[in-house]
Each structure stands twice: as structure tokens, then as C-alpha cells.
Design a protein around this ligand. Structure first.
Ligand code: FDA
Length: 394
């Protein structure tokens, strides 16, 4: 079997790239070891796929080389993908500012990509294992479970390590190393935190409670909801900060992101001196959480009116509310992570064509590269943009 382009991985980036290469007149084959294309798309966004973010900028991505993503993102923008889904009659909603989700199901996005591949004449082989990839003359040769395949260009779109049960493997990293490329250390990103000891028990008791917070770590701050779980902390704010968190370091949670608790408590003591702290907390937090706070810090006599609180006591409470320092035990890891931080070092890759600089027959796109987006549709936008740039250049 001989193809101009063989794409490894029928995920977001691979399908997009294959369709573009097909439209450019190339004979294209996609190979995936999974039994279905786009499995991660199907499970994304709670089954509704947050397929882009209208506010995408390079600043929404982590990479050793923050400039690498600029060119592709500039050339293929969120409006282009919106135009594509419009053309296929997909209905969508803007759930949060800029975050577009399918109105019905993520299946719609797979349908769009699958149809585009069909129209572009792309062949797809699922349930296919790749055992070897080597250089062969001017091209590449793949040994697979369906035989030997020769390709002018091999595009590696095999994704990251998250959710191994969905077909994630380290294949792309191994291939990169085989061809002498550096793979930057990988770790789970956009992943819930686990807690240990009494914080784990406390969190488990509050499981299901969600509240808006601002969380900070390593110079980053995110203002989004936090969710208590049986194992620790999740919700958009925690997923976001997990991407910059290093094991062993604390995170700081501001439970009253828009309020200076010290000022408010002093003000309340002046205006409503007979009020109890529990009432003040109850006005700001879900009932279960307000109650839990009083249990966590037993120094607070629940019957004591605010008038009897000293400045020091109020400041202590303000610190607990505005600067809650917590050391996560770890994260839930690859089992639930949405993305992989790190990956193939972009230094060796062209940001225009995605080819390996001294081996243009080999290309890497999507999440396998050391480019990772924040939460909110940015990761798919990267998959589309890198896929289009590479596919058009194949
Ligand atoms: P992707 O993982 O999509 O595809 C890789 C493909 O390669 C897979 O089909 C896999 O089977 C195949 N493969 C792997 N190893 C192989 C091998 N050895 N041989 C052959 N094939 C192989 N992002 C976002 O922007 N909005 C969202 O709503 C979400 N939601 C979300 C939820 C959950 C639960 C997860 C896990 C992730 C998200 N994401 C997301 C992230 C997003 O899914 C991710 O960034 C993209 O799917 C990456 O696209 P890729 O094509 O690079 O990899």
C-alpha cells in the first residue's frame, strides 16, 4: 500500500489534517488502533464538546516555546471552525463567554470531521496496530497489523497520555525519541486534586458542594467555580490551576474572590454588632459549606455576636476566607486528566508546516506536541489549527 500521507491517530488533529491533505489532492490514509474515531471528542465537554473558544490567543497555551503556536492559531482561527460547523448545520451554544459547545451532542463534531474526510477522499483504517515506523528512501515505511504501508509523509497525531481507556498511548513520544527528538517531561493537566488526611475527610463530607473562588499558584490566578469531591477538589478553577501546580507546593484559595473579608467583617461588626458570624457566613456560602467552616475552626463560638470579636480574631477569619492555603496530596492523574502537559519539544518542529526540521517526511500535530491549552475549548482549537496548517502543507 502506498500513500502520499499517512496520519497516525483519528482524533481531533488527525481527522482535521487528513481532510485538508485530501482536499489538497493527496492520497491520504488515517490509521488508529482504536475501534472508533474521535473518542476523546465524544467524551469531551460532558458529551457536548467545547469545540472552540472565540477568545483564543497564544496566551491561553503553555509551552516551553510560547511563540510556537502563534502562526497556526493566527491562520486558522475559531471563526473558521465555526464557519465549518455552520456549513454542516451543527447547532451550538455559548455556555460561558467565548466557549462554544454543541447544543445536542459531541457526535456532531465527529460527524463533521468524518464527512469532511469522506468528501476529501481520505481512507481510514481503525483497529490497526503500528509496530514499526522507519525511514525508507525519500519517504517512510510503516509495519502494521494490516501489512506494510509506504508513505511520502507520516503525520503523528496520536495525542497525549490522558484517559488510557480511551486509547491514549505514549506512541508519539516513543516515535519522537526514535528519530532523535527531545520529549519534554509529561504530566497530567486539567486534572482534579486529591487531598489526604483530615482534608480528604472534610472534602468528602462536602462532596457535591460548588462555590465560586479565585485560586492562585505559581503566579497564575483563576476565578472560576470549585467543587468538593470524595477525593479532593475539582471544578474549573482547580482543573485550571492543576496545570501549573507542582507536587508538594501549596495552592491559595480565595473563597470570597470579590470581597475583602477583613473590611467586610469590620463593617458588619460596626453596623450589625448583634449578628453572629454564622449568619454572616451563611449569607456568602452554601449552607453546608458555611456550617463546615465553623466546624473546621472550633475557636469560633457560634453564639458569640460579632461585637465581641477582636480585630485579631476578625483578621484570622479573613485570612481563612481570602487566603486559604492548602497542600494537595496529588492529582487524580492520567485516569481523569483532560490533557498532557509537556510532550515533543517544538524546537525541532516547523511552526508553519509542523515537519521535523531535518526530516520533513515526519510531522507532529495536536496534543503530542509541547503545546497545551487552558480549559475552555482552547485544546480543540489547537488541534484544528495545527491539523489544518500541517494538512495544507503536506
Ligand atoms: P486525540 O487524543 O484526540 O487523538 C489521538 C488519537 O490517536 C486517538 O484516536 C488514539 O486512539 C490514537 N492513538 C493513540 N495511540 C495510537 C497508536 N499507538 N496507534 C494508533 N493510534 C493511536 N478540549 C477542549 O478544547 N474542549 C473540551 O471540551 C475538552 N474536553 C475534554 C474532556 C476530557 C474528558 C478529555 C480527556 C479531554 C478534553 N479536552 C477538551 C482535550 C481534547 O480532547 C484534546 O486536547 C484533543 O482531543 C487532542 O487532540 P489530538 O488529536 O491531538 O489527540
Amino acid at each position: 500500500m502506498v500513500y502520499d500521507v499517512v496520519v497516525i491517530g483519528a482524533g481531533a488533529a488527525g481527522l482535521m489534517c487528513a481532510a485538508q491533505a485530501g482536499y489538497a489532492g493527496r492520497r491520504v490514509l488515517i490509521i488508529d488502533h482504536a475501534n472508533k474515531a474521535g473518542k476523546k471528542i465524544l467524551m469531551s465537554g460532558g458529551g457536548r464538546c467545547n469545540f472552540t473558544n472565540l477568545g483564543t490567543t497564544p496566551q491561553h497555551f503553555y509551552s516551553e516555546n510560547p511563540y510556537f503556536c502563534i502562526s497556526a492559531l493566527k491562520r486558522y482561527r475559531p471563526e473558521h471552525f465555526v464557519e465549518l460547523v455552520d456549513r454542516h448545520g451543527v447547532e451550538y451554544v455559548e455556555k460561558a463567554p467565548g466557549q462554544l459547545f454543541c447544543a445536542t451532542s459531541a457526535k456532531e463534531i465527529v460527524r463533521v470531521l468524518w464527512t469532511e474526510c469522506e468528501w476529501a477522499g481520505v481512507e481510514v483504517k481503525l483497529n490497526t496496530q503500528i509496530t514499526k515506523v522507519v525511514r525508507q528512501g525519500e519517504g517512510m515505511r510503516l509495519s502494521t497489523s494490516i501489512g506494510v504501508i509506504d508513505a511520502g509523509v507520516v503525520v503523528v497525531a496520536s495525542g497525549g497520555l490522558s484517559i488510557p481507556t480511551m486509547g491514549a498511548t505514549g506512541f508519539g513520544y516513543e516515535l519522537a525519541r526514535q528519530f532523535g527528538l527531545e520529549v519534554l517531561p509529561t504530566r497530567a493537566g486539567l486534572v482534579p486534586f486529591t487531598l489526604s488526611d483530615f482534608w480528604k475527610d472534610r472534602s468528602a463530607k462536602l462532596s457535591g458542594v460548588s462555590l465560586p473562588v479565585a485560586v492562585s499558584c505559581a503566579g497564575r490566578r483563576f476565578v472560576e467555580p470549585m467543587l468538593f469531591t470524595h477525593r479532593g477538589l475539582s471544578g474549573p478553577s482547580m482543573l485550571q490551576i492543576s496545570s501549573v501546580w507542582q507536587p508538594g507546593s501549596p495552592i491559595e484559595i480565595d473563597l470570597l474572590a470579590n470581597e475583602n473579608a477583613a473590611d467586610s467583617l469590620r463593617e458588619a461588626r460596626k453596623i450589625t454588632p448583634k449578628r453572629q458570624l454564622s449568619t454572616w457566613l451563611g449569607e456568602r456560602f452554601p449552607k453546608r459549606f458555611a456550617q463546615a467552616l465553623l466546624e473546621w475552626y472550633p475557636d469560633s463560638n457560634q453564639l458569640k455576636p460579632l461585637a465581641q470579636y477582636s480585630n485579631d480574631e476578625l483578621d484570622q477569619w479573613a485570612g481563612r476566607l481570602n487566603q486559604w492555603q492548602l497542600k494537595p496530596a496529588g492529582t487524580e492523574g492520567w485516569r481523569t486528566a483532560e490533557v498532557t502537559m509537556g510532550g515533543v519539544n517544538t524546537d525541532a518542529i516547523s511552526s508553519k508546516t509542523f515537519e521535523v526540521k531535518d526530516l520533513p517526511q515526519l510531522r507532529f500535530i495536536g496534543e503530542v506536541l509541547d503545546v497545551t491549552g487552558e480549559l475552555g475549548g482552547y485544546n480543540f482549537q489547537w488541534a484544528w489549527a495545527s491539523g489544518v496548517a500541517c494538512g495544507q502543507a503536506c
